[in-house]
Design a binder for this molecule. Structure first.
Ligand SMILES: Nc1ncnc2c1ncn2[C@@H]1O[C@H](COP(=O)(O)OP(=O)(O)O)[C@@H](O)[C@H]1O
Ligand SMILES: [Mg+2]
Length: 271
């Protein structure tokens, strides 16, 4: 049976007690180990607020957040941060070390590790994100895609159960974005790491096992990509695979009348 790593129950939140309408209203969802969940929704719908709550930057006003069976509160938030790592848009602001390896090492300084274990973890993290060759480079002088890899390596070295990305790939060119998505897929299958990705990129969304659609602080739609894109009430742009399926129908090709994953589409077109 799938094992739950994160549970959010009846979560509501306001930035200010004078706020009449809550920024998050009664949010409920859970994430299994090794599952990829995408969160989508227009600007201001509360996605980043939710991300900050998940890493304990704010404490829930109502409802609860449970990660790795630990309930989030002021006392447990430090412990919880070992289980979930947040990566956001601008890694520049996150660099401290003058070399890539120092930067990743810095992420580990709050946990007590032997020198050997530390260098083992740094090696492994850099290798996973494919930047072992950059370990002595100055992180501030790398390309956008490489910087995000350093940031991800810093989080991976902590061996978290969940990687949380808040529009982390948005600044990257399409190619680095695709490469990083495929790296994330490898991380997910290699370590059974769960991924929560907040994004506007529908091709990234198409990789998800499950999608949450947010609007005005609430989850208004949820399901697999198949379910959400066949019931696209929010009029989101479709992933490339779905655009292609629709285009083929327009051109008279007989196609299944349901959303197809990339795999299914390729298989169908080849048969
Ligand atoms: N630090 C803050 N203080 C007060 N209000 C905020 C703060 N951050 C965000 N908000 C408000 O909370 C709402 C949700 O914002 P946010 O979570 O950033 O949405 P999203 O990430 O989906 O664009 C918005 O109305 C925003 O103006
Ligand atoms: Mg945001």
């Amino acid at each position: 049976m799938a094992k739950t790593i994160l549970e959010v129950e009846n979560l509501s939140f306001r930035y200010d007690i004078r706020q009449e309408i809550e920024t998050l209203q009664d949010v409920n969802f859970s994430v299994n180990r090794g599952e990829w969940v995408a969160i989508i929704g227009h600007n201001g719908s509360g996605k980043s607020t939710l991300a900050k709550l998940l890493v304990g930057l704010f404490i829930p006003e109502k409802g609860r957040i449970c990660i790795a069976d630990i309930e989030m509160n002021e006392l447990t938030k430090w412990e919880i941060r070992r289980h979930i790592g947040l990566i956001f848009q601008n890694p520049e602001n996150q660099f401290i070390g003058t070399t890539v390896q120092d930067d990743v090492a810095f992420a580990l300084e709050n946990i007590n590790l032997s020198y050997e274990e530390m260098s083992l973890r740094i090696d492994e993290a850099l290798q996973t994100v494919g930047i072992s060759n950059l370990r002595l480079f100055d992180p501030s002088r790398l390309s956008g895609g490489q910087k995000q890899r350093v940031a991800i390596a810093g989080i991976l070295a902590l061996k978290p159960d969940i990687l949380l990305l808040d529009e982390a790939l948005v600044m990257l060119d399409p190619r680095s974005r695709r490469e990083l998505i495929s790296t994330l897929k490898q991380i997910k299958s290699k370590d059974n790491t769960s991924i929560i990705s907040i994004t506007h990129d529908m091709n990234e969304v198409a990789e998800a096992d499950y999608i949450l659609v947010m609007k005005e602080g609430r989850v208004v739609n949820r399901g697999t990509p198949k379910q959400v894109f066949s019931n696209n009430t929010m009029k989101f742009e479709y992933p490339i695979v779905e655009q292609l399926r629709r285009e083929l129908i327009k051109h008279g090709k007989k196609m299944p009348d349901k959303y197809m994953t990339e795999k299914e589409l390729v298989k169908y077109l080849w048969k």
